[in-house]
Design a protein around this ligand. Structure first.
Ligand SMILES: N[C@@H](CCC(=O)N[C@@H](CS)C(=O)NCC(=O)O)C(=O)O
Length: 202
């Protein structure tokens, strides 16, 4: 078993943090996106969408999609649970995970892809789309701030995959100088706490 990873990219980081929280060690093989290594026939055979991360199982099969890979390891090793225990917890975590992914993560990524000069090699850049997503990302942090009121973590008292996705989105945004607004005190407090977990270094 191994994971095809790019240390510089935010989606593979989600999986690394998830595994670090569970204390699961999996060998990583680096595939450098900025060198185009994810567009080779070898990587296309692992994931026809030319994306990372990809988990390779011992039978030679592949699982792409960060959340699907996390789900696989959660099923293998439920503790500590990062996708919920009870039906209500599982559904609540999935709700937040998807909302954070669509409302915060995607706008942060789209701003980067459509406004950063380095992304011109990978993306047909539409500046207006990038700028619209810059606004959407800022709006989403305010939405997250309201959601974090009175809570330690996004879904309640326990750290979950939703916290991982949100932290990776916010940290990735630094590449286009995104910063948590001073008015978002809940997000600032939460970010300090999740960034201090050892897994954040994974
Ligand atoms: N929904 C996928 C998204 C994967 C994805 O977009 N990965 C990026 C790295 S963060 C990638 O491989 N990009 C390659 C490219 O844009 O050409 C997941 O969650 O794993």
């Amino acid at each position: 078993m191994k994971i095809f990873d790019d240390k510089m990219a935010p989606n593979p980081r989600r999986v690394r943090i998830f595994l670090a929280e569970k204390g699961i060690a999996v060998p990583y093989e680096q595939v450098a996106i900025m060198k185009g290594e994810h567009k080779t026939p070898a990587h296309r055979a692992r994931n026809a969408l030319e994306q990372l991360p990809v988990l390779e199982l011992d039978d030679g099969s592949h699982i792409a999609e960060s959340v699907a890979i996390c789900r696989y390891f959660e099923e293998l090793q439920p503790d500590p649970p990062l996708l919920g225990r009870t039906p209500k917890e599982k559904a609540t975590i999935e709700m937040w995970q998807r909302q954070v992914e669509f409302n915060l993560y995607m706008p942060v990524a789209q701003t980067f892809r459509h406004t950063h000069p380095a992304m011109g090699a990978l993306e047909t850049q539409i500046k207006e789309w990038g700028e619209l997503n810059r606004e959407r990302a800022t709006k989403a942090v305010h939405w997250l701030d309201a959601g974090l009121a009175g809570k330690d973590f996004i879904t309640g008292p326990h750290f979950s995959i939703a916290d991982i996705t949100a932290m990776c989105a916010i940290d990735f945004g630094r590449i286009w100088r995104f910063a948590i607004p001073d008015s978002c005190a809940n997000v600032k407090r939460w970010h300090q706490s999740v960034a201090a977990r050892p897994s954040a270094q994974a």
